[in-house]
Structure formats: C-alpha cells, structure tokens
Write a protein that binds this ligand. Sequence first.
Ligand code: GUN
Length: 352
Amino acid sequence: MLFIARKALASVHSKASRLTAREVHCLSSILLSPPLVSLDFPENWTPHSDPPPPVSFESVQKTLVIDGKVIAEEIRTKIVNEVCKMKKAVGKVPGLAVVLVGQQRDSQTYVRNKIIACEETGIKSVLAELPEDCTEEQIIRVLTKFNEDTSIHGVLVQLPLPQHLDEVKILNMVRLEKDVDGFHPLHMGNLAMRGREPLFVSCTPKGCVELLIRSGVEIAGKNAVVIGRSNIVGLPMSLLLQRHDATVSTVHAFSKDPEHITREADIVVAAAGIPNLVRGSWLKPGAVVIDVGTCPVEDSSCEHGYRLVGDVCYEEALGVASAITPVPGGVGPMTIAMLLCNTLDAAKRISF
Ligand code: GUN
C-alpha cells in the first residue's frame, strides 16, 4: 500500500517537473489565489482627454521649478573630488560597464549620456554593444567577463531588451556587488524591508528622493502617490518613499479613479510613461510634482523635429503645484548622477 502511494507521489513529482510554474502553483497551493505572474497583464493606460476645470484664482500659486540639472551638477562635482581622492589613495578609479543590445534610439541616447557622465567625472567606462538579434549566451558571456574584471565595479544592462531575450535570466547574471541599477530582487527586497539596507537603490527613485530632500520637501508623514509600477521606477519609488515614512499609494492602469487618488497627494511621482497623463485637475493645490516621464512627441518647430514631454501637463500644473520638475532637466540628470554615486560606492566597498 505504502509502495503504491509512493509510486503515485513519484509520478506526480515527475509530472510536476514537466509542469509550468503556474500548474505547479495550482497543484501545491491551498489557496485559491492565482500565481502572481498570471496577473501581470500589460499596462494599458486610457488617459483622459477632457479639458481640466479652470483653476480658480484663489488657488493660483507660485510654482518652484526644481532644477535637476543644477542639483545633479552639484553632486557630480562632489563625485569628481571623491574619484580624485580614490585615485591618490589607492591608485584606482571606479569602473562602470554598460551593455547595450540593439539600436533603440532612446536607449542609445541614455547610454551615450551615461558614458559621457563617466568621462566627465573621471570614472572609467566600458561599453559593450551587441546586435539586436544576439543570443542570451552572447550577453551572458559579456556579463561574466565584466563580473570577473576587477577594474569594473558597476555593471548595467540597458533596458528594455529585445523581445526574444529573457530579461530576468540576463539581469540575474549581474553580480550582486556590481548591480548598480539595484534591480536584483535581493536589493529590491532589502529596500522593501524595514531594518535592511540594500547595497544599491535604483537610480531614478534615488534621484527623485534626493531632489525632494534638496528642495526642502519633507517626506515623512506626507501622502505620496506614485503613478506607475514598473520594476525600474514605480515599484522601487513606492518602496523608497515608504522607507522615508510617507503614506504611499500606487496608481496604475487598473486603478478605479486615478484622478481622485492623485488629488489626495502632497507628493506626486508620475512614472507611467504616458505623455500629459496627469492634468492640472489631478493635483491638489500645493502638491509637489516629480515628473519621471520623458516621451518624444513630434514637433516640427523643434530642432530635431520632436520635443520631450513628461507624464504631467506642465503648463496646467504651473500655478497649482508648489513645486515641479521640468522635462527635460528634472529627473533625467539625477538618474545619471545616482548611477555615478552607486558606481563610486561599489568601488569604495572593495577598495578601502
Ligand atoms: N532603461 C530606462 N531606465 C533605465 C535604468 O535606470 N537602468 C537601465 N539599466 N535601463 C533603463
């Protein structure tokens, strides 16, 4: 009898090894809730296009424009000094390796800016460019080389990757101590848990909080709304604001009344990637607005035939928000400054 039961169990086990993660979950779970990954539908936003109600005269106020370029420059000056000190003390400089796959124009621009920023601050940089149709094995070979190179302290894979590549598998290859993007689940988990300190916090959320602090915005106890829940920005942003003692709500494509939820917020971080999603009417008068969006929209009057637009209707937010980051010149330069910071930290950890 026992033998038969064992045999049946073994057959279930051997079947389980051929099942999908979802099927295994259903087999073993007592709960009725589905596996979380099966809930991850694509984010389809339906932005409102109705005109916002007019802003009453009483609520018109002066809006501080938070200059991310100036703040990032201050930080970069400090990095230059630190890199010089490190060179004098241990004869080494921090090193960053960037992996770029394919020819996406946005990604090429972001990567070029990261490499230039390294050059300008004395950080060594190496760029590995791979063709759009490269294999996972080719990328993993490059990452293994960077992981083992002692002159490289930070490694990043520019996202998004082409569709045919397994992003999770590739990002998991980056050594924890060199994951300056802070994308590894261990870093993200440590960010989520009180009493834990991640080795790296993702660059854009870290830059946003730095902007708030340097602009004199108190975070503790404030209602913060993060619009968007991407792994790169929205999720770590929510976690980080919570670590700073804000009361955090996340608004996403399935949220019932995003406008209403956003209007409750003292701090709004817009990271949905939808140009002009957040109208003036979404904002509580006096709210602080951090706009992470950068979307090129056609504009023949501009030099390159396009201009960059944020997630927030900038013109409408002026006079309602107490402070706002512009696009461009707000969050973007801070993301790069934080990448340099993380690379410097990584180098310091092993050099001193
Ligand atoms: N793509 C857009 N933002 C980022 C970022 O911060 N890091 C990486 N690796 N890719 C990105």
